[in-house]
Design a protein around this ligand. Structure first.
Ligand code: MIC
Ligand code: SF4
Length: 641
């Protein structure tokens, strides 16, 4: 029986386990990436492991999230990351060089390799045929130290692409269609593999837009074959030697299959406040728009920017609209500056931002109260833009650029003739913003500013895990709810005590105070709890507040791993209806917790307040159970050193 593309890469990197869907495997990691907002924590954890140099083929630290420098905190974090990476053999991509995923695709991604990144959109690398997975910082730290990455062997979904995109419809519309079909929960425990005749019609940046937003499906990762299109992209990046052809065997067997006919797609949008709330742009025509943002790791490539510039050329941004554009990398910005496209954007009235995440993570450009904001980024969770009442619609760069001119949400197919942007034969290359690590034998001093605080470490699990229910939340709670990130909070990613006052406050402003007053307790959640970001702050901050267990209808993959790594019990209601039988401030107890864990998958939770009990499940590997018993991955690693 043949193998799928993802299975081939996994097989090549398999360290332990059996490649049977659902069973725990571990794989060797070739490359890692971090960004600044998760990176400080990852490097503090790497330092705590006491390993002198990274053991990967290449590890890169990017500064792209927190670049506003409204106070010393950002700059302190950057200096810490620059010095700690230099000391430990990691490349450092300076602020201004671009968004981690865009730059990694351009300069470092290699087909067939594995990449582990402390950012949920690491699967962008799947656009070039990498097995690229997002994870918590601690998992990335372990991988940097040469440790394998453990995951549950995913099911493989084949997305069969047929036909060819028509004028003005683009990669963003493809992934929005996949999100419409599968939903934000549809990819959990799965790898999304693209195949079919339509693949060859998509460029590498288009493929990367699609794999990037596979994160919104909850998928472990998404991957495209590596073919002649990939080779041409790598050649244009001056690194054809990194090319290797890769595709699934013709008799590969998939767990699921869906077909997307590229020819019949039209421009789509994800309406507030979820990436799977998808409608046709033409159905919403006439919606007045206040703000447009074109950029983010999803749609900031050279071709995205050139399309934007072509639509804006000779036009003016509508008087009611603020148009902001953030090119994805220095390479892209340089090329736009050189060929005049940047002038076309500026001339039309676009406000140009530095090459960074910017508005996508609420770092500036918060829309006005109740604004309609069209964005090419991947997430439109409530409040993520920095304005709770804002209505964020996710759209393609084509839809965004045209709507910025008309002032209303406008279907770009109205523009008529096809817009052809050629992929360049040579991308401009100058890697002077990537600093190589200190040479062997040198150990530069690591600079720690006052914003770098210690991170909490859990204690081994006690016999009884108990506490009051501190909050009950609904389905699809995101990490943006659990640990909000915006211009005022992002600078404190290395300061867990400071962040703790904001934990879960979008759901209940009283949560931190209630947690403190009760000396910690238990969180009760709905389904897909913890979707979105890889930030382990969404586990470390609850840990700091004394949270000992989260009981939910289901969990998102990375957040569940982060809870286990922090030693917090992630329990799933055996009967979803039991969610209704647990009230706020009910006292819950898991008696003989270690013994229950050892026995099997079923864990009984007593509701002391109501005198009842209910069953939960914890289907974990023996290793994961040991991590929980040890009080988290760091303790576990130390115990086993
Ligand atoms: C995001 O898009 O939410 C982020 C900010 O990039 C996060 C990482 C973080 O929280 O720092 C992610 O996607 O993992
Ligand atoms: Fe940055 Fe936004 Fe991409 Fe996250 S999704 S890496 S914040 S651009």
């Amino acid at each position: 029986m043949g193998l799928t593309l993802a299975q081939k890469i996994i097989k090549e990197h398999l360290v332990s386990g059996e490649m049977k869907a659902g069973s725990e495997i571990s794989i060797r990691i070739d490359q890692t990436l971090t960004q600044d907002s998760t990176g400080t924590m990852a490097y503090l954890q790497f330092e705590a492991m006491g390993i002198p140099k990274v053991k990967t083929k290449k590890s890169v630290a990017y500064i792209d999230h927190n670049t506003i420098q409204a106070g010393f905190e950002n700059a302190d974090d950057h200096k810490y990351i620059q010095t700690v990476t230099s000391r430990h053999g990691i490349y450092f991509s300076r602020p201004g060089n671009g968004i981690c995923h865009q730059v990694h695709l351009e300069r470092f991604g290699v087909p067939g390799m594995t990449l582990l990144g402390s950012d949920s959109h690491t699967p962008t690398g799947g656009g070039i045929g990498m097995l690229a997975i997002g994870a918590g910082g601690l998992d990335v730290a372990v991988a940097m130290g040469g440790g394998a990455y453990f995951l549950s062997m995913p099911k493989i979904v084949r997305v069969n692409l047929t036909g060819k995109l028509t004028s003005w419809v683009s990669a963003k519309d493809v992934i929005l269609e996949v999100l419409r079909i599968l939903s934000v929960k549809g990819g959990v425990g799965k790898i999304i593999e693209y195949a079919g005749e339509g693949v060859a019609t998509l460029s590498v940046p288009e493929r990367a837009t699609i794999t990037n937003m596979g994160a919104e499906l909850g998928a472990t990762t998404s991957v495209f074959p590596s073919d002649e299109v990939t080779r041409a992209f790598l050649r244009a990046q001056g690194r054809e030697e990194d090319f290797m052809p890769l595709c699934a065997d013709s008799d590969a067997v998939y767990d699921e299959e869906i077909t997307v006919d590229l020819s019949s797609l039209t421009s789509l949008t994800a309406m507030p406040h979820s990436p799977d709330n998808v409608k046709k742009v033409s159905e919403l025509g006439g919606l007045p728009v206040d703000q447009v943002f074109i950029g983010s790791c999803t749609n900031s490539s050279y071709t995205d920017m050139m399309k934007t510039a072509a639509i804006l050329k000779g036009k003016s941004v509508h008087p009611n609209v603020s148009l902001v554009i953030g090119p994805g990398s220095k390479q892209v910005l340089h090329m736009l500056a050189e060929n005049g496209a940047l002038a076309d954007m500026i001339d039309a009235g676009a406000r140009i931002l530095e090459c960074a995440c910017g508005p996508c993570i609420g770092m500036g450009q918060a829309p006005k109260t109740g604004a309609v904001s069209l964005r090419t980024n991947n997430r439109n969770f409530e409040g993520r833009s920095g304005t709770k009442s804002a209505q964020v619609y996710i759209v393609s760069p084509e839809t965004a650029a045209l709507s910025a001119i008309t002032g209303t949400l406008t279907d770009p197919s109205l523009l008529g003739d096809r817009l052809e942007i050629e992929m360049p034969e040579h991308f401009y290359n100058n890697d002077n913003m990537v600093v190589a690590p200190a040479p062997e034998g040198q150990e530069p001093e690591v600079v720690r500013g006052p914003n770098i605080k210690e991170f909490p470490i859990n204690k081994p699990m006690g016999n009884t895990v108990e506490g009051k229910v501190l909050i009950r939340v609904e389905d699809n709670i995101t990490t943006d709810h659990i640990m909000p990130s915006n211009a005022s909070l992002l600078p404190f990613r290395s300061n867990i005590p400071h962040l703790s006052s904001y934990c879960l406050t979008p759901c209940d402003p009283e949560f931190p105070a209630r947690a403190k007053a009760n000396g910690g307790g238990i969180i009760v959640g709905g389904s897909n709890y913890g979707q979105g970001s890889s930030r382990e702050h969404a586990a470390l901050v609850p840990l700091y507040l004394g949270v000992r267990a989260v009981i939910a209808k289901s969990f998102a993959r990375i957040h569940m791993a982060n809870l286990i790594n922090s030693g917090i019990l992630p329990l799933t209601f055996a009967k979803e209806s039991d969610y209704d039988n647990v009230g706020l401030e009910d006292m819950l107890a898991i008696e003989n917790a270690p013994a229950q864990l050892a026995q099997g998958e079923e864990i009984t939770v007593k509701n002391i307040t109501r005198g009842t009990e209910f069953k939960t499940t914890l289907s974990l590997s023996p290793r994961q159970k040991d991590i929980l018993l040890a009080g988290g991955l760091l303790n576990y690693t130390k115990n086993n050193a």
